[in-house]
Ligand binder design. Structure first.
Ligand code: ASP
Length: 327
């Protein structure tokens, strides 16, 4: 009898979750990097599209920057699993468990996976004062000035850090630049535009506007194929075309809730996200910045989780080869 009452209570609780969600409180999307950067940009566009997709909802973006995104990710891993706090994180979900020896969250255990949002190419860029104008000149310049230049990134394990490591290892210039970590690539970009740092590799969602405005120099894109469909990025060679065989880096963003968030709520969020990914305004904004909105099986929780598990295995050798580990 007791068991029946308990089951009835649980059923009521589950039903209530579906019926009362979204609540009248805003749902917070935590971005683990500084405001104004590429992850922040995706989160703000997604928040707007999800608000339209989920009746009665309201989303706010909260920046919790630092330590390559691990501070914000940890915050969401430990948040109440009530659908009020979500995380938008990029490839860092796969780099941080490889790189950090003492990670305070477990990417594959501490989150409910809500779906992959997009794929984003990266661009190798330099401060406007760099003498090089082509990729070839750029590589020669770095080689000639090994030990004298700075590479900006968004913290250990961030996308910009991963890209910088991969590029330096591909051209056999490991540790040729001093790495300067920032709380995100928005402040790193300010330093690059101002000439305080020399080089950065960052998502196109942050670099397209700066390249078009002539505030930074771009040398190459990191994708396997040229970005011929994009009005600005089509002008830059791929690193493969520049002789870096097999170089192919496209990063991705995914949406997460804390583990234990009721299934009725994660279903509303996943369905809302899938609807948002079909929103023509969202697609247009993302494509304008070089991003490709996800349409494949990774938009499902199972597909998303399987993809991240595979990415962790793919990324491990990059950090092991560079002996890039942190506590
Ligand atoms: N682009 C950053 C990174 O390198 C993150 C950000 O600021 O959005 O990981």
């Amino acid at each position: 009898m007791k068991k029946l009452v308990l089951l009835a209570c649980l059923a009521v609780a589950a039903g209530a979750n579906a019926q009362t969600y979204p609540t009248n409180r805003p749902i917070s999307i935590v971005v683990p990097f500084a405001a104004g950067g590429p992850t922040d940009r995706v989160a703000r566009d997604l928040a707007e599209a999800m608000r339209k997709a989920i009746p009665g909802s309201n989303f706010v973006v909260e920046n919790a920057a630092g330590a390559g995104g691990t501070i914000g990710a940890n915050k969401v891993a430990k948040a109440a699993p009530d659908g009020q706090t979500l995380l938008l994180f990029h490839v860092g979900m796969a780099t941080t468990p490889v790189m950090y020896r003492k990670l305070t969250y477990k990417p594959l255990e501490d989150f409910e996976y809500l779906g992959i949002v997009n794929d984003v190419p990266m661009t190798l860029i330099g401060k406007p004062q760099l003498p090089a104008n082509t990729y070839r000149d750029f590589e020669n310049y770095i080689r000639a000035n090994a030990g004298k230049l700075n590479l900006a990134h968004a913290g250990q394990g961030s996308a910009s850090h991963l890209c910088g490591l991969m590029w330096q290892s591909a051209v056999k210039l490991n540790e040729s630049m001093t790495t300067i970590p920032f709380g995100g690539t928005a402040p790193a970009m300010n330093a690059l535009v101002g000439g305080q740092v020399d080089v950065m590799c960052d998502q196109t969602t942050n670099t397209v506007g700066q390249i078009e405005g002539g505030r930074v120099k771009a040398f190459a894109v990191t994708t396997a194929r040229p970005l011929s469909g994009h009005k600005t990025l089509k002008d830059y060679p791929t690193l493969q075309e520049m002789g870096l065989k097999g170089f192919n880096l496209t990063i991705w963003h995914g949406l997460y809730a804390p583990k234990g968030t009721p299934a009725a709520i994660t279903k509303i969020l996943n369905e809302g996200m899938k609807k948002a990914l079909k929103d023509p305004d969202f697609i247009k904004k993302q494509e304008g910045l070089g991003a490709i909105v996800a349409t494949d099986n990774r938009v499902t929780p199972e597909g998303h989780k399987a993809f991240v598990a595979a990415e962790i295995n793919k990324i491990r050798p990059v950090f092991e080869a560079a002996k890039a580990f942190a506590d």
